[in-house]
Design a protein around this ligand. Structure first.
Ligand SMILES: [Zn+2]
Length: 263
């Protein structure tokens, strides 16, 4: 499996991805908003884009579909409940489905509601797993729930699915928000040395050569995985004085999501 992360350099800070089979040169494009950059990258590598995967229905993820289909004839894949939201969908995906790219690449579909209610992530069946997580999980952050999402569902996705993936899983999100998100982590947990060190390292990174984290690292630097940290809970109590003595993880997650919205 060959992964190419494509920095769009647009105002929304989108990342697009190409995933290719090294044997056949067939490629899948994830959320190819910047269809021109994606097509050029494929051309440069000698790849043939045969499938488009939309992680969810938002326009900054689907806006490149039409132009890319026109150029390549690629099939569009997305969550089964996105049928009435994404034009020209060819394949409706459910949890556990496998998306094949060429001969060598297999990607497992995870049904991951929260940011929207028809959101999928792809998990590679490689020795070192890779997760293409759209707007569900970001480096040091979590997706918002403003446009068709639900915080309770996002919590269930984090705790029930993402948190259980292997520690070494590589994280490939739909946007470059790492700097701002690390600042939020540090606002909630000022004594988080790992977050501070990483901010020093990536604070002025070139997103065209973006740092790629692992799930293990996210557990250290992502507030939405640090629901039992005494500092996170103590700081949260400053904002929510009624917080119980030992709040459950769901409560902490939902309060953090609320604070992040206002931050
Ligand atoms: Zn979105």
């Amino acid at each position: 499996m060959i992964v190419k992360q494509i920095w769009t350099a647009n105002a929304y800070r989108n990342f697009n991805y190409l995933i290719a089979c090294g044997e056949t040169g067939e490629a899948l494009a994830i959320d190819p908003l910047d269809h021109e950059k994606c097509l050029k990258a494929a051309r440069d590598e000698g790849w043939n884009i045969t499938q488009i995967l939309n992680t969810h229905e938002h326009r900054d993820h689907t806006g490149g579909n039409e132009a890319m289909v026109k150029k390549t004839g690629a099939k569009i894949l997305a969550h089964k409940n996105a049928r009435d939201k994404i034009a020209g969908m060819d394949r409706a995906l459910s949890a556990g489905d496998v998306v094949k790219v060429g001969k060598t690449v297999e990607l497992e579909v995870l049904d991951t509601p929260g940011h929207t209610m028809s959101h999928v992530c792809l998990l590679s069946h490689t020795d070192q797993r890779a997760l293409f997580c759209g707007d569900t999980l970001f480096n040091a952050g979590a997706g918002n729930c403003h446009n068709g999402g639900h915080p309770e569902e996002l919590y269930k996705t984090f705790s029930g699915q993402l948190a259980k993936l292997p520690s070494s899983t590589l994280i490939y999100p739909g946007h470059d928000y790492i700097e701002n998100n690390l600042r939020f982590t540090l606002s909630r947990e000022p004594d988080n040395d790992d977050a501070r060190k990483l901010l020093d390292k990536v604070g002025d990174q070139d997103p065209a050569k973006a740092f790629v984290s692992t799930l293990d690292m996210e557990r250290q630097i992502n507030t939405f995985f640090r629901l039992t940290s005494p500092t996170v809970i103590a700081k949260l109590r400053e904002a929510f004085p009624d917080l119980p003595e030992k709040p459950d993880q769901r409560t902490v997650f939902l309060k953090l999501r609320e604070l992040r919205n206002a931050w």
